[in-house]
Write a protein that binds this ligand. Structure first.
Ligand SMILES: Cc1cc2nc3c(=O)[nH]c(=O)nc-3n(C[C@H](O)[C@H](O)[C@H](O)COP(=O)(O)O)c2cc1C
Length: 254
């Protein structure tokens, strides 16, 4: 089939998913339509001759909860779509199937699926340097196979995405950033926060119930006023050591 337009959406607080999304977009020849929907929703309807790539990170074996909101104004009409999950070298668990289900419920047909590894945003020593050259060769292979599959058929078939239903239970991250006195209340974090957890009138106040622990406000704070306390960081690194130390490899399904 002939694809008239290719689009990529990504959700990325710490930068790993963005890196994967931009590399893959380049390989798929997506130049203009790469949308960051981490902080804001995008209103777009797609047609049958579009191809849409959705790149999302894995949080607790699931997709980050704000993605449900980001997807509310995006719809397809039997539009071929690709789901890409990016994880911190532990496991994807049910994030792939959850995103597949969400995307399908919006009128897309998931014709390709891939998993890549990036630094773990809660303990970046795991997945450090990923995606590396070996991951990028897998990405090359995925992009070229995907393009030839789509070209070769009039009706690309849905793929089976790994994972289970009901999805693994995840009740949110216990790791929340703290704010120091160097906060000048500039509002960068208010504008970025994907969960609307930073109080716009008092940015030093984070709503712990809303915060998804994405680490995005720490990354963006120009004053270095947000952090996870060192002992907590050390505890996370230790807790993840067993499941994250061994190198995981990217994979794809077409
Ligand atoms: C709250 C939270 C939960 C996470 N859960 C998982 C997980 O279940 N499995 C995993 O391998 N990585 C997990 N990660 C790591 C992220 O999937 C990984 O760092 C990803 O690259 C984050 O995307 P970003 O860099 O675009 O923000 C988690 C990260 C956060 C912040």
């Amino acid at each position: 089939m002939n694809i008239s337009r290719k689009t990529c959406f990504f959700f990325s607080a710490y930068g790993g998913t963005e890196r994967v999304a931009r590399l893959l977009s380049e390989k798929l020849g997506i130049e203009k339509y790469v949308f960051n929907f981490t902080s804001d929703s995008v209103f777009l309807d797609f047609r049958e001759d579009d191809l849409v790539v959705f790149c999302v990170p894995v949080y607790g074996g699931r997709i980050p909860s704000p993605i449900y909101d980001r997807m509310k104004d995006i719809s397809g009409k039997k539009t071929p779509a690709v789901v890409v999950t990016v994880y911190g070298n532990r496991a994807v668990d049910d994030a792939g199937i959850e995103m597949r289900d969400l995307v399908s419920s919006k009128g897309f047909v998931v014709v390709g699926y891939a998993e890549f590894i990036a630094p773990h945003s809660l303990a970046p020593q795991y997945g450090a340097g990923r995606p590396d050259s070996s991951d990028i060769s897998v990405m090359d292979h995925f992009a070229s196979e995907l393009s030839s599959r789509i070209e070769a058929t009039d009706k690309p078939q849905p793929v089976t995405v790994p994972g289970n239903r009901p999805y693994t239970r995840y009740s949110g991250s216990l790791v929340k950033p703290v704010v120091s006195r160097s906060c000048i209340q500039c509002g960068e974090c208010v504008n970025f926060c994907p969960a609307g957890a930073v109080d716009p009138d008092e940015p030093r106040h984070i709503d712990g119930k809303k915060c998804i622990g994405c680490m995005g406000c720490i990354e963006r704070c120009l004053q270095g006023a947000r952090s996870v306390p060192k002992p907590v960081q050390a505890g996370i690194a230790l807790a993840l050591r067993k499941s994250c130390s061994e190198r995981k490899e990217p994979r794809f399904i077409l």
